[in-house]
Design a binder for this molecule. Structure first.
Ligand SMILES: [Zn+2]
Length: 111
């Protein structure tokens, strides 16, 4: 197994051998590569808060914990970080609103 090209070249080109692709064809890699079943951010939040129905919670738990989806893990981290921000920095929201209204004013001036 030390010969050959290994995983080098699994870059942008899609012409790689189909056999390599078949070997890597597992549920988790498909999920990771294509993000087929990534639940919506609201679902992730509800799951984290324990607000999901058992069936849905099971699905999300499998997706995040068993399949180890890095995207959803990152989203969950972000959700937690954002919640902390919301608690500690109400100024952020104010700044956000000001920024938005400024952008809106700039846009309406253009035309
Ligand atoms: Zn995911």
């Amino acid at each position: 197994m030390n010969e050959g090209t290994g995983w080098a070249g699994t870059g942008a080109d899609d012409d790689g051998s189909d056999e390599d692709r078949a070997l890597a064809f597992t549920v988790s890699t498909v999920w990771r590569e294509q993000r087929v079943s990534c639940p919506h951010l609201d679902i992730l939040r509800a799951w984290r808060d324990g607000a999901l129905a058992a069936e849905a919670a099971e699905f999300v738990a499998f997706h995040v914990q068993e399949a180890g989806c890095p995207y959803c893990s990152a989203s969950l981290d972000e959700l937690t970080a954002r919640d902390d921000d919301a608690r500690e920095a109400p100024m952020q929201d104010l700044r956000d609103r000001i920024l938005r209204s400024t952008v809106g004013a700039l846009r309406s001036q253009r035309k």
